[in-house]
Design a protein around this ligand. Structure first.
Ligand SMILES: [Fe+2]
Length: 290
């Protein structure tokens, strides 16, 4: 077993990890250590990693507790966040805070990873906050008002625009199933760690059920102000060769503005499990409309 060293990235979550020999399969002890670090910290950063899509996919599977009997048999599904590749996703714009597929009633994504395949400086960071930390530190009066309530999560343009608060850089994209929505508990139990997640986000939480529209807006604003308060955020400073892996339920992610004419920012993404219902927005049409 290799000796694993860690460094904290933020007081509430995130670790930089060194000392892992990045070859699949990892021995059982290393797998157990990495799974524990992942569940405790929500975000693992490995630096100066060779370009190895198979290892990225392998690590994404084992960190959520899956056994991978034959790493060579893993199906590699290419997905890029890129401001240079026309086939990439989210090629421009600022992204509001969210968890992937939070609006989907059929596909829960437990883990996301990004590998810095080509990163020119200055690189726009990826931003993270912990929704578990947000629940743990929620003021008692606010917690009492929402702990038994449910919220409607939906990709809808009006919610997007409201949260963009007039910032024209925000990428407002709706997905194919624009009417798809899901109703979820605001105090959401993490299926693997059992911890409570404050399950509302800037991008897709449309309203809280069972209260007036005014009270819903007031509560959501208070919850989001608490979650995204200064000091709660970790901004990952991208370098080529970084492998960043996070718990898509424990953490939310966002980013400041990216432009297609800026430095190359080509990040290879994995999702585990891979959603069946993901539909690409028409980015060319969105950019043309800006
Ligand atoms: Fe995302």
């Amino acid at each position: 077993m290799t000796e694993i060293k860690t460094r904290k990235l933020n007081s509430a979550f995130g670790l930089e990890v060194a000392g892992v020999d990045p070859r699949a399969p990892l021995d059982a002890g290393t797998c157990a250590t990495l799974r524990k670090l992942f569940d405790e910290s929500g975000l693992l950063v490995f630096r100066d990693m060779a370009d190895d899509f198979r290892f990225q996919t392998y690590l994404s599977e084992i960190l959520i507790g899956n056994e991978v009997a034959d790493p060579d048999a893993l199906e590699l599904t290419t997905c890029y966040i890129s401001n240079k590749d026309p086939a990439g996703a989210a090629p421009f714009g600022r992204l509001l805070y969210h968890s992937d597929q939070m609006w989907s009633s059929t596909d829960r994504v437990d883990l996301l990873s990004l590998y810095g395949e080509k990163v020119e400086q200055p690189a726009t960071p990826t931003l993270f906050v912990s929704a578990v930390h947000a629940w743990d530190t929620l003021p008692e009066d606010l917690r009492a008002r929402v702990k038994d309530r449910v919220a409607l999560q939906r990709y809808d343009v009006d919610t997007y625009k409201k949260r963009a608060a007039g910032d024209p850089d925000v990428l407002v994209s709706t997905y194919g199933g624009g009417d798809a929505f899901v109703i979820t508990p605001i105090a959401y139990r993490h299926p693997r760690t059992g911890r409570t997640i404050l399950y509302v986000c800037q991008q897709t939480t449309q309203k809280i059920e069972g209260v007036s529209a005014e009270e819903s807006d007031e509560l959501i604003d208070a919850l989001l102000d608490h979650m995204y308060a200064p000091g709660n955020e970790y901004a990952h400073p991208w370098r080529q060769g970084d492998l960043v892996i996070w718990d898509n339920l424990t953490l939310q992610h966002a980013r400041p503005n990216v432009v297609t004419s800026g430095p190359a920012r080509i990040l290879r993404k994995t999702l585990a499990p891979l959603p069946r219902s993901a539909v690409r927005p028409n980015y060319a049409a969105l950019e043309a409309a800006r």
